[in-house]
Design a protein around this ligand. Sequence first.
Ligand code: SF4
Length: 343
Amino acid sequence: MPLLKEYTLTALKEDFQRLRLPGYRAKQVFHWIYKKGAREFTAMANLPDHLLQVLAENYELNAFVGAREYISRDGSRKYLLKLHDSNQVESVFIPAGERNTLCVSTQVGCKFSCGMCASGRKSFVRDLTIAEIVDQLLYVQQQTGTKITNIVFMGMGEPLENYENVIRAIEIINSHEGPGIAARRITISTAGYLPGLKKLMDFNRQVNLSLSLHATTDEQRTKLMPINKKYPLKEIIKACADYFHKTSRIVTLEYVLLKGFNDALIDAQRLSTIAHGLKAKVNLLPFNPFPELQYKPVDQKAMEQFESWLKSRKIPVTIRESRGIDIFAACGQLAAKISGVEL
Ligand code: SF4
């Protein structure tokens, strides 16, 4: 049966015609799902019994059939979620003051094998559906009892490789009748999947774009991120520049510092040139190591040194703090520890 969270309001109204249900019923159902967080049909208190029966006979309500929660010492939480076909994905909830960010997955596994990322060690299985993306938000809101204010598509998978479902999910998440999270509070992060980046130009919403850059020459980047061989730096940077010109949204360059690999002054100089050309800001990320990966993190002093090299060239730069390391929820750690966990 189809999942109700697969539908935008317009699409649900259309589907309801097939069941001879009036359009206003779709609006009521939407309200129960997205404003009241209903996870049972029976919780939709003002809907008549016959409608609840039609809904139960024709739709699934929830995308997950099991879940496990891991709570970090720093307050972040990781959710391991079991899908109807028994595959598993992860979402990470990161509270920080007024801001409650959810890091969302978009695929089961990933095709791109980036050298600094555990998700890349898990073979690609399939794209997540619209409902499986949207329900990460609804499930975590219910579990934490807090409203998610920001969404980052930085979990498992390359969001722009699952373009259609990610975009439809954003349309629902962004809509007034849905969770109503502003496009400016939604960030799509890409490893540099050029076909998806080009399509994103035509998505008429001001979502933020973040490029996982991590290296500043093709030779170096291809070593770390094999996708660079197919879509080299020059083309990716041009696409980011086009996105900035089209949306006026400042692009963020993510840069994980790897000891002896991309942490030298020359790297900072090249990174400054790229950031300057794009009018981009830079996030410096500590590397969160785990056994299978060959790279090593830099120490705090080296991070600060690298930051100061960028600052001296007037590049807006922030050192990002790692959250959820103790529960393997930090950047690049998703899927590092899920194999073998039964839900
Ligand atoms: S960084 Fe993103 S694209 Fe690269 S392997 Fe990890 S999840 Fe896949």
